[in-house]
Write a protein that binds this ligand. Structure first.
Ligand code: HEC
Ligand code: HEC
Ligand code: HEC
Ligand code: HEC
Ligand code: HEC
Ligand code: HEC
Ligand code: HEC
Ligand code: HEC
Ligand code: HEC
Ligand code: HEC
Length: 500
């Protein structure tokens, strides 16, 4: 075939072809118009119908799904929200970061009455961060997104360098970036000593009969009131056997209705240990009447006003004469009176007891109180204050001020794993000081073995045979996310009227 020459080609192609309108042009114009009309109609539909889901960036979380399409619950026109949107600060077009964040907080707080996070101690930049709910609770991440799952970096963002954003010197450790002794630091509340003031010796009380080895005076079941015996009797013990206490004789998880079972029915129940009470935990063996409690003791009331005690002592002294129970004191020993064992001649006619007798009886009771108490805690003034609930408890009910430990969640673990100091030492001679002078709670090292990074292997401290026994099958890994043990907000309540 002959090749086409340049001339032939120029005759075949029209030079002004591009100027002519063809079908293609018509179609193109039609398509553009159609597109514009469709978009306009769609926009008109979206605006007219108010169906905001059409412009949403994704489904909102389950908890918010009920009002998902009522965008104005959270949004306001020309007010971007979220971690990125609220960074826009273009005053020319009316965008202000501070206003965006303010709106976000107000919108969320219309339904959520959450407390802030030490905002009073923050610089302005940090205050905005605390106000910006959407940084930590981004929405439109899908139905199943957990709104409350906040990543560690949201906390360490500030806590790695607290001094930089605090208005004053931080009251807590300046830099916390993780959860081990170096990156988090020890639990400060356990390093300032034991604030308790009731004298008590765990090692002694955990021995058979509550006496140190080789000491007389061991306590038998038949020495206590029969009503109390079953509570302290171990399987197969006879009345003449010595009492053996367990930790649970005095420490029970709060709210656990049945101390013999591990069943905790509510997440909050059992988180803490019930406070010690004299009546429940000491009175079976100790009385205010001089001497240990026995089956025959008529107990004087604990922590009652002294006028009440005096009345009872007087009644007792008089009563013992009336019933002719009082004996003439033996010449030798006892210089002081004991209720039921009064002074004076029982053959005498009833006379008021000698004020000296009363005073002596009272001194012996005071001496009993002081086996457990400091003198300033048995004054009438303190007793009245305690009765009114105005006195600080003599035994601290809680230790941590800034973090959380949950006894119920760890109930499989033997108490000795964290409280070995409460058990009798094999070497009795090197006994510790009284326990109210000593903290018997191990510090952060008792947690970091299990609460560690997911990738790190189980430490050797948790794999030895006797430790495995103490763990009772508890999993040896758990998260070290800050929010496991710390709350960001002050207590929350959902405002009734706002929720739909
Ligand atoms: C429960 C509150 C809530 C509702 C209801 C809600 N949003 Fe949002 N929206 C948010 C949050 C929070 C963000 C920030 C998300 C982020 O930072 O990733 C956001 C971000 C957006 C963004 C990204 C731009 C911006 O403002 O930062 C768009 C667009 C958006 N939402 C549209 C909608 C539309 C449309 C609706 C209604 C169908 C809607 N949203 C309903 C909470 C909500
Ligand atoms: C119209 C009321 C309303 C508004 C506005 C609202 N929420 Fe909620 N939010 C709810 C309800 C209802 C729940 C479910 C409560 C529940 O389950 O106890 C909820 C749950 C939550 C939860 C807890 C989810 C969980 O798993 O426990 C978080 C966090 C939350 N909202 C954050 C926000 C944020 C941030 C905003 C603002 C962007 C916001 N909410 C706006 C009503 C609202
Ligand atoms: C915007 C900065 C900022 C962020 C983000 C932040 N914090 Fe804080 N945090 C502070 C400031 C400021 C204090 C108060 C320091 C003081 O008392 O001097 C504080 C105090 C604390 C305390 C000690 C006081 C107490 O008893 O609660 C804990 C614990 C804590 N934050 C945990 C967290 C956790 C967990 C997160 C992440 C969910 C977090 N913080 C996120 C600034 C921040
Ligand atoms: C007879 C009652 C009694 C028994 C049994 C008993 N405790 Fe205590 N426990 C107390 C009293 C009273 C206190 C408060 C004394 C104080 O301030 O230290 C206390 C305090 C504690 C504390 C608080 C920390 C501290 O340093 O004060 C721990 C932990 C503790 N006991 C663990 C145990 C363990 C573990 C056992 C079992 C081995 C046990 N207790 C058995 C009465 C008892
Ligand atoms: C065997 C030890 C023991 C003896 C003896 C004892 N107490 Fe107590 N006392 C305790 C314990 C344990 C507590 C703390 C638990 C409680 O409040 O029941 C306590 C608490 C108190 C409180 C504070 C009560 C409160 O509500 O906070 C007062 C006041 C008090 N005792 C006074 C006395 C007086 C007065 C005596 C002598 C008549 C006395 N105690 C004898 C162990 C003892
Ligand atoms: C099972 C009986 C039993 C229980 C329960 C018990 N104790 Fe004791 N306690 C004894 C015995 C026995 C002694 C040694 C005899 C003695 O010194 O009176 C003793 C001694 C003491 C002493 C030393 C007394 C002294 O002479 O200096 C104190 C203090 C004490 N107990 C406090 C308490 C407190 C506080 C509780 C309650 C939380 C308690 N005990 C519960 C049996 C018990
Ligand atoms: C397994 C539990 C746990 C984890 C995980 C944890 N903490 Fe703590 N944190 C505690 C306890 C317990 C305390 C001590 C409370 C006390 O002494 O009163 C504490 C104390 C603090 C304090 C106060 C320190 C001081 O000087 O008094 C801050 C702030 C804090 N933690 C922040 C964090 C941050 C941020 C993270 C995450 C990087 C984190 N914590 C992870 C349990 C934990
Ligand atoms: C994994 C460590 C661990 C184990 C296991 C453990 N505790 Fe504790 N215990 C703690 C810590 C941490 C505290 C301080 C918590 C607080 O007061 O906020 C504490 C506090 C206590 C207190 C003081 C009162 C209170 O609630 O703060 C008593 C009493 C106590 N524990 C008894 C026991 C008994 C009884 C057992 C065994 C059933 C036990 N603990 C097991 C770590 C442990
Ligand atoms: C033997 C491993 C082990 C040790 C030791 C341990 N934990 Fe845990 N911890 C766990 C496991 C596993 C869970 C999850 C249990 C669950 O949710 O049922 C957990 C859960 C928790 C929780 C959440 C409980 C709740 O109420 O949701 C806190 C807070 C906590 N641990 C703090 C501590 C602190 C503080 C210590 C040290 C005093 C500690 N843990 C020691 C294994 C351990
Ligand atoms: C620095 C991160 C952070 C910021 C900012 C933040 N939150 Fe939270 N929020 C958390 C964490 C962590 C939780 C999990 C429970 C806790 O720690 O109190 C939570 C829980 C919640 C819950 C569920 C409460 C509950 O008890 O289940 C609501 C509702 C909530 N936040 C609302 C808000 C609102 C409204 C704002 C803005 C004013 C806001 N949050 C700002 C971290 C944050």
């Amino acid at each position: 075939m002959a090749r086409e020459t340049g001339k032939q080609r120029s005759q075949r192609i029209e030079i002004d072809a591009y100027r002519k309108r063809t079908d293609i042009h018509v179609w193109r114009t039609a398509c553009i118009l159609l597109g514009l009309i469709a978009a306009g109609l769609y926009a008109a539909y979206v605006i007219a119908s108010g169906d905001g889901s059409q412009v949403s960036t994704g489904p909102v979380a389950e908890a918010h799904a009920a009002f998902e399409n009522d965008c104005q619950q959270c949004h306001q026109d020309f007010t971007p929200i979220g971690s990125r949107g609220s960074e826009l600060n273009w005053s020319l077009v009316g965008l202000s970061k501070a206003k965006s964040v303010e709106h976000t907080e107000a919108a969320c707080k219309a339904c959520h009455d959450v407390g802030d996070h030490y905002r009073g101690k923050m610089s302005e930049v940090w205050q905005l961060q605390d106000q910006n709910c959407a940084t930590c609770h981004a929405d439109h991440q899908g139905r199943n997104h957990d709104l409350a799952a906040v990543s560690q970096s949201q906390c360490t963002d500030c806590h790695a360098r607290l001094a930089d954003g605090c208005t004053g010197t931080p009251a807590v450790r300046d830099s916390i970036t993780g959860f081990d002794e170096n990156s988090h630091g020890k639990f400060a509340s356990l390093t300032t000593g034991d604030p308790g003031s009731v004298k008590f010796d765990h090692q002694q009380h955990m021995r058979l009969g509550q006496v140190d080895e080789g000491t007389k005076g061991a306590f038998r079941l038949d020495m206590m009131n029969s009503a109390n015996r079953e509570r302290y009797r171990l399987d197969g013990q006879a009345d003449t056997d010595l009492v053996q206490l367990a930790c649970s004789s005095c420490h029970q998880m709060a709210g656990n209705p049945d101390p013999s079972s591990n069943l905790i029915t509510d997440g909050e129940l059992g988180r803490y240990i019930e406070p010690i009470s004299f009546e429940q935990h000491c009175s079976a063996c100790h009385s205010m009447n001089p001497g240990i409690a026995t089956a025959d003791t008529t107990p004087l009331p604990h922590a009652a006003s002294w006028s009440q005690i005096d009345l009872l002592l007087n009644a007792s002294l008089v009563g013992s004469r009336v019933t002719k129970e009082s004996r003439v004191p033996r010449n030798d020993s006892r210089a002081t009176a004991v209720p039921g064992e009064g002074f004076g001649d029982s053959s005498n006619a009833i006379t008021l007891p000698d004020p000296g007798d009363l005073q002596q009886a009272r001194q012996r009771v005071e001496a009993e109180c002081q086996k457990c108490h400091e003198p300033e805690h048995i004054t009438d003034k303190f007793i009245a204050k305690a009765a009114a609930g105005d006195a600080a408890p003599l035994i601290p009910p809680r230790w941590f001020q800034h973090g959380l430990y949950d006894h119920a969640a760890h109930r499989q673990i033997d108490c000795t794993f964290c409280h070995s100091a409460a058990y009798p030492a094999s070497d009795a001679a090197s006994g510790p000081p009284l326990d109210h002078q000593q903290v018997m709670i191990d510090n952060i090292e008792s947690c970091t073995g299990c609460h560690r990074d997911a990738e790190s292997p189980t430490p050797a401290s948790l794999t030895s045979q006797d430790v495995v026994g103490q763990l009772g099958g508890m999993s040896t890994w758990a998260t070290n996310n800050c929010t496991l043990c710390h709350r960001y907000h002050a207590p929350t309540t959902l405002k009734e009227e706002g929720a739909k």
